[in-house]
Design a protein around this ligand. Structure first.
Ligand SMILES: [Zn+2]
Length: 176
């Protein structure tokens, strides 16, 4: 008898996660995987090894499945791009908060993902594909009209949507 756990082999690993390595995950996928993993929400900075962080990421992938990790990562990416442009709607924010209710934990997961990408860049060829969970303020047109009714109409302008702007490598929607 031996107390050693058997080595994982492709035969005993779930097909959906058998091939996944941390390097195949982009920034947001790593952050979402950490968020849903067994990572504690609180620990002292510097007390956790990179190997442990990466083990948590793979744990998160195992818990949620790669497809779901990627779906939630696209939404997190889309939310972040809208947020950077001050375009987050109440609906999009509500869905984001429902998905990631623990803000401190999400921050920790994003920090872990950033540290990881810094030392272990994602394999090339994986495109970032942001999505908006809900109605995008651009309505899929690729731009948002900014006109405050309290302001001079002459001052209205349009802003490229950070998710659906024309020419974005990931965006193939709209009228073909
Ligand atoms: Zn948009």
């Amino acid at each position: 008898m031996t107390a050693l756990m058997p080595e994982r082999t492709p035969a005993t690993t779930s097909p959906r996660t058998s091939a996944v390595t941390v390097q195949e995950l982009n920034y947001w996928e790593r952050a979402v995987a950490l968020y849903v993993s067994s990572m504690p929400s609180r620990f002292r900075a510097g007390t956790v090894s990179r190997e442990q962080m990466h083990a948590w990421m793979l744990d998160g992938v195992e818990r949620l499945g790669l497809e779901e990790i990627r779906r939630q990562a696209r939404y997190a990416d889309g939310h972040h791009r809208l947020w950077m442009s001050h375009l987050v709607t109440a609906e999009v924010e509500r869905r984001h908060k429902a998905r990631f209710p623990l803000k401190g934990r999400l921050n920790r997961a994003e920090q872990g993902a950033a540290n990881s990408v810094f030392v272990l860049a994602p394999v090339s060829g994986r495109r970032e594909v942001p999505e908006v969970d809900g109605v995008c303020p651009c309505g899929g047109r690729g731009y948002v009209e900014i006109n405050d009714p309290g302001l001079d109409p002459e001052l209205s302008y349009s802003l490229d949507c950070p998710v659906h702007r024309a020419g974005a490598s990931w965006w193939r929607g709209g009228a073909a």
